[in-house]
Design a protein around this ligand. Structure first.
Ligand SMILES: Nc1ncnc2c1ncn2[C@@H]1O[C@H](COP(=O)(O)OP(=O)(O)OP(=O)(O)O)[C@@H](O)[C@H]1O
Ligand SMILES: [Mg+2]
Length: 335
């Protein structure tokens, strides 16, 4: 396994290039085809089904079988003991949101190797949290986290570099260096969004261990436009599932935190019941299952907002308040 030593952190990461499969008899031209399709590492091959690989131009089923066999030989066993796995989990880091209270709510910050989803009505701070994370992800943090670069995929045209500058001022960071560490892309259609996520995988591969955070603000907006009406719902959910599965894999393969935002819609069934909050996040079960941690955001007094853990494998359903300030997200008591 390759040893990556960067920013003073030392960690064993499996960024094994697919080209290593050459020594198992796979020819380079075929491996290059995998890379063009966004599969750059041996782990990436493991995470892709045979069917999907056979869809790549120039790869026959026989070739795919040979590649899969080579990967199986190389990785010996897919099983690890819980002890080894717990060591692997030690690579997981957390990025501060700018508010200690909000961090506490999510177990110390936005977690790597998983997807965190924040949903809420307009002006609840989803985009402001995204902007704050662009800056805080670059700063060294708890437990040896060294900081790193960020990718921001913007589907609503609400990314503002000037906001990043204000937030950088709060943390005394140099504007130019900070802006240089954020790769920005505007997505225009849901298909474009998917392509960008594939390209992101290639970027992460080019500079292993350098990127720490991937933001998609917002994840559903384009799907909502591109697939309208009940007739297209099944198709939308299928495409959405593919995109989320890609995001999940990218987060694990390259040990990055994935932060996505989501909108809400009125729940038509809720008016008939005594539910306190008749709104729910869009994306249905597909999104619900893909996000590891779901934060529900709502407005409080003035610039105060309240976040609630909606769904998490290891966090209790608590609440925390935070404030939107010129310097980004902060504790509510600071304003
Ligand atoms: N420079 C700033 N200083 C303080 N507060 C700001 C600043 N810029 C924006 N805000 C506040 O942030 C809030 C908007 O938050 P944000 O854009 O993150 O909402 P959102 O949840 O992304 O909404 P939408 O669903 O429309 O995308 C507004 O209440 C606004 O007052
Ligand atoms: Mg927004």
């Amino acid at each position: 396994m390759e040893q990556c030593v960067r920013n003073g952190e030392e960690s064993e990461l499996d960024y094994q290039d697919v080209e290593m499969l050459q020594s198992y008899g796979i020819n380079l031209a075929d491996l290059k085809k995998l890379k063009v399709a966004g599969i750059c590492t041996v782990k990436g091959v493991q995470m892709t089904t045979r069917k999907k690989m056979a869809n790549i131009k120039g790869l026959s089923e026989a070739k795919v079988d040979k590649i899969k066999e080579a990967v199986a030989k190389m990785s010996n066993s897919d099983f690890l003991t819980a002890l080894v796995y717990s060591d692997k989990r030690k690579q997981v880091f957390r990025i501060t949101t700018g508010s200690l209270e909000l961090d506490k709510l999510c177990g110390g910050g936005i977690e790597s190797m998983s997807i965190t989803e924040a949903f809420g009505e307009f002006r609840t701070g989803k985009t402001q949290i995204s902007h704050t994370l662009c800056v805080t992800a670059q700063m060294p943090g708890a437990k040896g986290y060294g900081g790193g670069k960020v990718v921001f995929i913007d589907t609503e045209n609400t990314f503002r570099p000037d906001r990043l500058k204000d937030i950088a001022d709060r943390f005394n960071l140099d504007h130019t260096a900070m802006l240089d560490n954020v790769l920005y892309a505007r997505a225009y259609t849901s298909e474009h969004q998917m392509e960008l996520i594939d390209n992101v995988a290639a970027k992460f591969h080019e500079e292993p261990g350098i990127f720490k955070l991937l933001i998609v603000d917002s994840v559903m907006a384009l799907f909502r436009v591109d697939f309208s009406g009940r007739g297209e719902l099944a198709d939308r959910q299928q495409k959405l599932a593919q995109m989320l599965s890609r995001l999940q894999k990218v987060s694990e393969e390259y040990n990055v935190a994935v932060f996505i935002t989501n909108q809400m819609t009125a729940d038509p069934g809720a008016t008939m019941s005594f539910q306190a909050d008749p709104k729910k996040p869009i994306g249905g079960h597909i999104l619900a299952h893909a996000s590891t941690t779901r934060l529900s955001l709502r407005k409080g007094r003035g610039e105060i907002r309240i976040a609630k853990v909606y769904d998490s494998p290891d966090m209790p359903e608590n609440e925390a308040s935070y404030a939107i300030t010129p310097g980004g997200i902060a504790d509510a008591k600071e304003c």
